[in-house]
Design a protein around this ligand. Structure first.
Ligand code: ATP
Ligand code: MG
Length: 138
């Protein structure tokens, strides 16, 4: 069954001019873009988005980084979208990411790792709704 995941092209990848190349990989892997916008998170909004990590030692760094520059947010549709997208992006730490994955190609470190991908159908819905109204999801 076709389902949806949520992604962000993070400030590092945006700043390096890799947005187009990453979107091209996403399309080539069979994902349909059903919502997309370029925006910039405030510290407050970045903190809210990653609230699940509030107790982790890297939370402050993560909020600083995610609010440091523009991002592209998108909702993607495909069979098995959540799991297949996590495979396409690769491990959180690019040093451990498989060859040919987005993080292997474009991420510099575990903190500045180019893209976000939802980890469950439930979170994909919550995260997509965080950025896009019903009228903006096609
Ligand atoms: P994302 O949720 O962004 O797709 P992920 O699911 O692979 O990444 P999480 O465990 O959810 O990884 O961590 C969220 C984000 O927090 C990571 O993508 C990374 O930017 C940052 N992060 C995770 N672990 C560390 C760490 N040890 N040091 C610094 N930053 C980290
Ligand atoms: Mg995660």
């Amino acid at each position: 069954m076709s389902n949806r995941t949520f992604t962000m092209i993070k400030p590092d990848a945006t700043g390096k001019g890799n947005t187009g190349a990453i979107l091209s990989m996403i399309n080539a892997a069979g994902f349909r873009i059903v919502a997309m916008k370029m925006t910039k998170l405030s510290k407050e909004k970045a903190g809210e988005f990653y609230a699940v990590h509030a107790a982790r030692p890297f939370y402050g760094e993560l909020v600083e980084f995610m609010s440091s520059g523009p991002i592209t947010a998108a909702i993607l549709e495909k069979d098995n979208a959540v799991e297949d997208f996590r495979k396409l992006i690769g491990s959180t730490n690019p040093a451990e990411a498989a060859e040919g994955t987005i993080r292997k190609l474009y991420a510099a470190s575990i903190g500045e790792n180019a893209v976000h991908g939802s980890d469950s159908n439930e979170n994909a819905k919550i995260e997509g709704d965080f950025f896009f109204s019903k009228l903006e999801q096609f």
